[in-house]
Design a protein around this ligand. Sequence first.
Ligand SMILES: C[S@@+](CC[C@H](N)C(=O)[O-])C[C@H]1O[C@@H](n2cnc3c(N)ncnc32)[C@H](O)[C@@H]1O
Length: 313
Amino acid sequence: MSNTLHRDVKVPMELRGALRTGISLLREKQVTSYTLAAELLLLHVLGRDRAWLYAHPEEAISSQELDKFLCLIDRRANGEPTQHLTGKQEFWSLEFEVTPDVLIPRPETEHVIEVALGRLALRELRAGRPQKTNGEGFLIADIGTGSGCLAIALAKELPGATIYATDISSAALAVARRNAERHKVADRIHFLESDLALTLSVNGAAESAFDLIVSNPPYIPRRDAHTLAREVRDHEPVIALYGGEEGYELYAGLIALARRYLKPGGIFVAELGHDSLPAVQPLLDTREWTAVGVSNDLAGIPRVIAAGRSPQK
Ligand SMILES: C[S@@+](CC[C@H](N)C(=O)[O-])C[C@H]1O[C@@H](n2cnc3c(N)ncnc32)[C@H](O)[C@@H]1O
């Protein structure tokens, strides 16, 4: 065995023994969520799901599988995120490929989807149309798409919509494209490499044409880098993490873009950093926006800000 943490592991071994070993090695190294991490890594090596593992705990693990599992446990103990080792993360009940080129989708980002769908439903209701829309004819943009999780979740929820997904990183866009293909929505998502601005010569999309613009921009203050978990600081893309020295620097450009490209009555929804609300809300408290609203995440932190584009421009 080539690993360092586990020279004294005895083989042959049952799956439950392998799992216990993985858990205790990660616990010793004070890895967060060590039980879940060990379980996900074992399932990844076995190519099985959790239900199968718990139905067959006494099955023997082969020595190759055990070696592979313990190598992954070593790498996790040394700081690599579980998702980089398994290559995947669930978001909005969809499985996304993740690589070190993209931010690992976070559960709190699902609030962006919830708020966006809620606001679209309300807009339909007010217009006298059925509240449940399939998004027929809607134009949507996701700025800073990363893995594509927001664009793809919206494309699944709104099968009639056309979506533009932009990112400054071509490597991230390659991952997002693969995710769109995997979820069979690539024909409705245009991927654009761009620095905030939408390049809208494609398909006649134009200013004042969009129904919805969503974004989860980089928002961590660079001065807080030392407070981040090493999984994040050392392994996730710098361009996806930091919004600038204060963290909120990208919102002004993002809101200017949304003001330009949303149609009257169009909806803007963005994720917030944990202390960026005071800097961001004043940018929307103007005559050009209506119904500015903030939603908290499960930890009670203001997490999503949304607003409607005023009818008059
Ligand atoms: C916080 S990540 C969000 C990724 C994904 N939307 C999510 O929610 O998981 C921010 C993304 O914005 C991209 N980005 C950073 N600066 C940008 C800019 N100036 N213009 C466009 N995209 C940018 C990064 O490459 C990264 O993919």
